[in-house]
Design a protein around this ligand. Sequence first.
Ligand code: NAP
Length: 294
Amino acid sequence: MRVAFLGLGIMGRPMAANLVKAGHELTVWNRTPGKQVEGAGVGATPAEAAHDAEVVWICVSDTKAVEQVLFGSQGAEESLAEGMIVVDSSTISPSATRKFAERVKARGAQYVDAPVTGSKMGAEDGQLIFIAGGDEAIIERIQPLFHAMGKQVFRMGETSKGQAAKLVMNLQIALIYEGFAEALTLATKLGVSAETLIPLIQASMVRSGVVDYKAPFVLKRDFSPNFPLRLMYKDIHLTLDAAKEVRVKLPALETVEEIYDLAMEEGHQDLDYAATLTLLEKWAGVEVKGAAAS
Ligand code: NAP
């Protein structure tokens, strides 16, 4: 298929590369020039990249970025025509998604929200899980693209339901990781090392995929970004806003939000969200590592 891919960040670049690898015809665009994907053409603007595409796939930071890429000056909207499909794999606001979809549909094109889970490794290995919202027949038409980048597609319902489900997934990831980080901090202070504790966690009913993914990085104290803290912070706010719209209280997530506020103040925004651990360590006066704290 002819695909315009807009946004070549941590996720977008490997996703676009996997589409090329699967034989699709790609034109890419990125706000900051210079990022490229081997085998893909480059558009000077979102509108130019989207010109003549069958599918416009977006993967940028946040709601505002999606709005700019689609509807800003020289945005993809200018090139939308009957029968084209816009897919948004960014994690953004469900209510804004409904508005964006209406504007796209007014041009005769179709809209699918398809945020992802699987992080940097999943994007690189073509093992992402897509969480889709939109018309079933349209989602069916783009199955070859989903399968070039991921291992599974879950349809959550109509437009915006993919974004809604993605937010509740990240709600859980944020809480599970914070539980893990608090457990490691207290264990270290009590004299049980992380290397000793983690196999117990993973053998028991406490085990989780979050720990599978994050533990090796934590043990190496590698906080380089797989999922940057600033993006999890954005998702926590999107989730709290969505909850407020439907009058749901999320007290645990509100507490975690405070930790992220402090982590942002400490300048950790471009580290992985796993770096929230370093705040807990600072307060406890310990550092989590293989050996037990004295
Ligand atoms: P990233 O590495 O920070 O890349 C963000 C991309 O968005 C870059 O291409 C950036 O362009 C572009 N961008 C930002 N603001 C823009 C604007 N105003 N107009 C146009 N382009 C703009 O982020 P990422 O990790 O790839 O994440 C992309 C999306 O996937 C986010 O919504 C994130 O929440 C979601 N996600 C990420 C992960 C993960 O583990 N990383 C997992 C699941 C979902 P520049 O190069 O010019 O800055």
